[in-house]
Write a protein that binds this ligand. Structure first.
Ligand code: HAM
Length: 437
């Protein structure tokens, strides 16, 4: 009897990151850190403090705040039942959480308005493409409480543009609009007028827009479908339907922006995809992003805190898509350099090793980045390695150097060598580090 072919041990499965998620690696993460650090600095100068929020929340929070019929909630949320069978969702955005936190932590007792910012991952099950991911990162800010003075809208936008300037984001355009007052005021009347106009043109619309005529006519204005553009241009415009208060408010916001030297373009089709907005809405586009070119979106949402069980509270904020921001910076030539090292310690011999360990500690304590090979290498090989990782200097430590008390420092860009006593080495490198960074 013949035996069947012998099976070898099963090959372990190779895992891949889930579709729409990715690893962010060095040196690119240097750029991410710089962006976040700059946001922190700029936002602090405008009086904002950082809030850190949970990654998941009750599903009901997002359904209530963002809107159960929005694409974000109805199609894109990652929701699951917890062990006690309550439904939980990975956050698709953070404004709802900030409002929940404002209420839960009694922040209405603090001096108003409360200014908060956040950074972190958000989750939406969208179709991945350039600039669109299922786990993506936002840097956002919210102003809650106090008045709804147009100066607040303008200052939030000014802060955003200051930040984009500071990180040298090129080719930005700020678009603004007013979508009127919620439900019982001018917006409702406009939405009805829009619905009637859309009903008349329904057979010329694609299936998504046809559905939206009934569920959310405003979103039809967002459509990028080529065949719908001519029809959309003929639709009634919200600016012609604003009530007196909203019209005056919109004019005042524009005045306040001009006072601050913020350049904007008006876009009557800017309605945003989340239900909580009223009056001021805005978006910023940047270069090099293709179809997903909105690098930031935001607007006013008076009433949202109340909708979530809190007291009547004014609110306005924005969120920057950090992935898109980084893409745009990279397209504009702001690549991160590989990290390199200040010093590579090429050591040979056991006495030299003890000195090398001590030298590494002292150099790192003075802020230099150091590579200390874990096992002995011939000097030639060590210097090759030092070049490969982009070290600026090699510190050569053999038993001779240790006995003499004179260390050899080799400049790897021009090949020059200097002999220095231990304290002078640190001094020399420190001074050089300052002048070369
Ligand atoms: P949003 O417009 O849904 O607004 O998102 C803001 C920004 O996040 C977008 O402009 C885009 O840059 C980025 N973004 C959204 N989805 C993705 C994705 N799938 N992949 C990559 N980037 C994405 C909000 O989230 C509101 N919470 C903003 C806000 C704060 N409004 C008031 N306060």
């Amino acid at each position: 009897m013949s035996e069947g072919p012998k099976r070898g041990p099963e090959k372990p499965r190779k895992f891949q990151a889930i579709k729409g998620t990715r690893d962010l690696l060095p040196p690119e993460t240097v750029l991410w850190n710089r962006v976040e650090q700059t946001a922190n600095e700029v936002f602090t100068t405008f009086g904002f403090g950082e809030i850190r929020l949970p990654i998941f929340e009750p599903t009901e929070l997002f359904a209530r705040a963002v809107g159960a019929d929005t694409d974000v909630v109805s199609k894109e949320m990652y929701s699951f039942d917890d062990r006690d069978e309550t439904s939980i969702s990975l956050r698709p955005e953070a404004t709802a959480s900030v409002c929940r936190a404002y209420i839960e932590n009694g922040m209405q007792q603090l001096p108003q308005p409360v200014r908060l910012y956040y950074t972190g991952p958000m989750f939406r099950r969208e179709r991945p493409q350039k600039g669109r991911y299922r786990q993506f990162y936002q840097i956002g800010a919210e102003v809650l409480g106090g008045s709804d003075a147009p100066a607040i809208d303008a200052e939030v936008i000014q802060m955003l543009m200051t930040f984009f300037d500071k990180i040298n984001l090129a080719g930005t355009t700020l678009y603004i609009n007013s979508i009127g007052h919620s439900a019982d005021n001018c917006r409702r009347a406009y939405v009805e007028t829009l619905r009637v106009a859309l009903q008349n043109a329904k057979d010329k619309l694609g299936p998504d827009s046809q559905r939206r005529v009934d569920t959310n006519p405003l979103r039809v204005l967002d459509s990028k479908l080529e065949s719908e553009q001519a029809i959309i241009e003929t639709l009634p415009r919200i600016a012609d339907h604003l009530c007196d208060d909203c019209r005056a408010n919109y004019a005042a916001v524009k005045n306040e922006l001009e006072l601050r030297g913020v350049i904007y373009k008006e876009n009557w089709r800017l309605v945003r995809g989340l239900d909580y907005y009223m009056r001021t809405t805005f978006e910023i586009t940047a270069q090099g992003l293709g179809s997903q070119n909105a690098v930031c979106g935001g607007g006013r949402y008076d009433g949202l805190v109340e909708l979530l069980g809190g007291p009547p509270t004014k609110g306005i904020g924005f969120a920057i898509g950090e992935d898109r921001l980084i893409l745009s910076l990279q397209e504009g030539g702001q690549a991160s350099q590989p990290q390199g090292r200040d010093v590579y310690i090429a050591w040979m011999g056991q006495r030299a090793y003890a000195t090398a360990v001590r030298a590494a500690k002292n150099l790192r304590n003075s802020g230099l980045s150091v590579e200390l090979p874990p096992s002995e290498l011939k000097f030639g090989k060590a210097l090759g390695q030092a070049n490969k990782i982009g070290a600026r200097y090699a510190l050569i430590l053999g038993d001779n150097e240790v006995a003499e008390g004179l260390w050899t420092l080799k400049n790897l860009s021009d090949g020059t060598q200097t002999k220095l006593a231990e304290p002078a080495v640190i001094q020399y490198l420190r001074e050089n580090q300052r002048s070369s960074r």
